[in-house]
Ligand binder design. Structure first.
Ligand SMILES: [Zn+2]
Length: 370
């Protein structure tokens, strides 16, 4: 070894130490404070939402206004997606179709047993005569105004959802003519054939009217039309709905009904594979293999389902896509019968979501300075 070599080595070692020092300083410099991280979260995902399902179990107005809305706002979210209709219950008042709530909002109370959709019984006078207990409820126009005003005061956008054409047993119970002529047995609706007759002009007229009513109830809101988990095989038996083109025409007509009123159209990601024109539709991507586009919302089942314990556990380590419009967590209420259970899941979920989003933007900031 020459005499200069040890000096060179020493110099190299000193340089390396200096570099490491610099690197350490850089790392310190990009550790965002919570406030900085939150600002970056807001810039990355312009829509940050919680979904509440008011159909499986009814969520009273007071709970939404006094408990849920403040929590959503406090955790840095800006959107409340309210799932207002589904097979087990219709939850918004319609002036044009009053049976939707008179019939569709009430069922026999089975809250003392584990959730069992296939054993749903809608409420009838016979149940009353037997002295059974009724379960359900709905939001009047006044209730909706109360919810809307509280949300707006907290800086939240409300996205009301009317879930069609699947998940529609409550509408079909109230107006059986909305079911295909080949699908008129309610017991089948609770066993996977919960879908509207979409080739019927009356069904489409009804949906268009209901979308108009929703737009009046929620004057500043995007409108979510559902379109998830549609049991399309049920349509194969119906002469009108069998036609694949009738299906595409239906979806395009419903999208058009919202668009025509100048509202943003939202739907679950399955609408993207129906052949309908979803170019300007915001897809809520819940299936784990769904690939959200720039305008879409990400809420994969694997991480964002607050009512599912495994999903809830994974949420703090969720690495959300950065290119999307927004992120969302969902509280479905099959097993969420009481306010205490719901608020516990929401508290944990919103905390975990914030943790995941902050970690994501901090990682991005660190990578940028490498
Ligand atoms: Zn049909």
């Amino acid at each position: 070894m020459s005499r200069v070599a040890p000096r060179l080595l020493a110099l190299a070692a000193a340089a390396l130490l200096a570099l490491q020092g610099l690197r350490a300083e850089e790392t310190r410099a990009v550790t965002l404070t919570d406030a900085e991280a939150d600002a970056r979260v807001a810039a990355t995902w312009s829509r940050r939402a919680l979904l509440i399902d008011t159909s499986r179990h009814f969520i009273p107005v007071g709970e939404i206004v006094d408990e849920i809305i403040p929590r959503v706002a406090a955790h840095g979210l800006n959107t409340l997606h309210i799932h207002l209709t589904d097979g087990p219950g219709w939850r918004f008042e319609s002036k044009a179709y009053p049976r939707l709530t008179a019939v569709g909002a009430w069922r026999v109370d089975k809250t003392d047993k584990p959730w069992n959709w296939s054993e749903t019984e809608y409420w009838t006078p016979e149940h009353e005569a037997k002295g059974l207990k009724r379960y359900g409820g709905f939001y009047t126009a006044e209730d909706i105004r109360t919810i809307r005003e509280a949300a707006e005061a907290a800086g939240l956008t409300v996205i009301p959802e009317m879930d069609i054409p699947g998940h529609s047993a409550s509408m079909m119970m109230a107006y059986p003519e909305t079911a295909c002529p080949t699908n008129r047995d309610p017991r089948a609706w609770f066993k996977g054939r919960d879908v509207l007759c979409i080739s019927s002009p009356e069904t489409l007229r009804m949906i268009d009217t209901l979308i108009g009513e929703l737009c009046e109830l929620f004057p500043n809101s995007p409108i979510h039309i559902g379109c998830d988990e549609v049991p399309a095989r049920t349509w194969d038996a119906c002469p009108g709905c069998r036609d694949p083109q009738a299906r595409v025409a239906f979806y395009n007509a419903v999208i058009g009904s919202v668009r025509r009123r100048g509202r943003e159209v939202c739907a679950w990601n399955e609408l993207g594979s129906t052949g309908a024109d979803v170019s300007d539709v915001t897809l809520t991507c819940w299936l784990d293999d769904a690939v959200p586009r720039a305008n879409d919302m990400a809420c994969p089942y694997s991480h964002c389902y607050l009512d599912q314990e495994a999903s809830q556990k994974r949420l703090p380590t969720w690495n959300p896509p950065r290119h999307v419009r927004g992120v969302q967590v969902n509280l479905w209420t099959e097993e969420m019968q009481t306010e205490a259970i719901r608020l516990d899941r929401i508290d944990r979920g919103l905390k975990s979501l914030r943790q995941a989003l902050r970690a994501a933007v901090r990682a991005d900031a660190a990578n940028e300075t490498k």
